[in-house]
Design a protein around this ligand. Structure first.
Ligand code: NAP
Length: 292
């Protein structure tokens, strides 16, 4: 059993605290709005009136506030920083790789061990056997407390000693999710404008999914292997994608739909065409994403 100081009892923080309590840990919770920390007393938590009081008796302090601005404002108070000295700080507030690295440096300068985590789940999945929370930073501390981290998410993993890696992976996976969600918004707008029932679309989407998954797999392998120019295995060239994409943009214009999706993605195709890649594989677009 570990004594944990927990800062934040919002939707996610409360779910995390309940899982820690269920796993048998002792949890001292502080929240800006005291009633939310108080509500966790029914589950066995000890509500505390301040962040430094929550951190005081703890071996590990976990933070889950709205953003880094809120988290920095608490952690960098002199009394809180002093209470954290010699302890492990686990940041579960969402942030960017840059903010994670800055907090890692700040923690090191103040004698605090640091892990930065990225939660790949909504609160109802916390504590689940399949739930993933990614951690980067102090490997020694992750391994020492691996059981505690696995209680919050059974498939949790350590992804590297660079503090920013967990949040970078988070952003990469969310890009994939948003690609799908924005695609769904556009697809359903087309269906509504053209009088196609959602269920009809959903049925054909299921049939098309293996083709979409296969194209994604092919794209990832080609970019990994540097095979972004056309070859005998190319499924569709930039020119072929561009023709089909133009049909979508024509439909968007004809039906007076929001052009944001077509404009943003169309501009990538246009960049590849301007650079004479019309006969190359779709994978060549990776050259224009700005990554070295
Ligand atoms: P939430 O329910 O809105 O809770 C936000 C928490 O931050 C509350 O404890 C709130 O305190 C506190 N807070 C906000 N501004 C503050 C400030 N200026 N000073 C001190 N405390 C402040 O949000 P949530 O869904 O729990 O999300 C919390 C974190 O988890 C976020 O970084 C989020 O990105 C991450 N996350 C959430 C999900 C999800 O599905 N919900 C998934 C992955 C990651 P009060 O109670 O006083 O307002």
């Amino acid at each position: 059993m570990t004594t944990i100081g927990f800062l934040g009892a919002g939707r996610m923080g409360s779910a995390l605290v309940k899982s820690l309590l269920e796993a048998g840990h002792s949890v001292h919770v502080w929240n800006r709005t005291a009633e939310k920390a108080q509500a966790l007393a029914d589950f066995g938590a000890v509500p505390e009136p301040s962040a430094e009081r929550a951190a005081g008796p703890a071996e590990i302090v976990i933070v889950n506030l709205l953003d880094y601005e809120a988290s920095d404002a608490e952690l960098r108070k002199p009394d809180v920083a002093e209470a954290l000295k010699g302890k492990l700080l686990v940041q579960l507030t969402s942030g960017s790789p840059k903010t994670a690295r800055e907090t890692g440096r700040w923690a090191g300068d103040h004698g605090i061990a640091y892990l930065d985590g990225a939660i790949m789940a909504t609160p109802n999945f916390i504590g689940g056997a399949e739930t993933v929370i990614l951690y980067s930073g102090s490997k020694t501390h992750f391994e020492k407390h691996e059981g505690l981290f696995k209680a919050l998410g059974g498939k949790s993993a350590f992804v590297g000693e660079d503090f920013g890696t967990a949040s970078a992976l988070d952003s990469a996976l969310l890009s994939q999710m948003w690609g799908t969600l924005f695609g769904t918004l556009q697809a359903l707008a087309v269906c509504r404008a053209e009088g196609i029932e959602h269920d009809v679309y959903a049925g054909f989407l299921m049939s098309a999914q293996p083709m979409i998954d296969g194209a994604q797999q092919d794209l990832m392998e080609r970019i990994r292997d540097g095979r972004d120019l056309a070859d005998a295995q190319t499924l569709a060239t930039v020119a072929v994608h561009n023709v089909a994409f133009h049909h979508l943009r024509d439909l968007i214009a004809d039906r007076d739909l929001n052009p944001a999706f077509g404009d943003a993605l169309g501009s990538l195709l246009e960049t590849a065409l301007r650079n004479d890649h019309q006969d190359d594989d779709f994978a060549v677009l990776a050259r224009f994403m700005g990554a070295k």
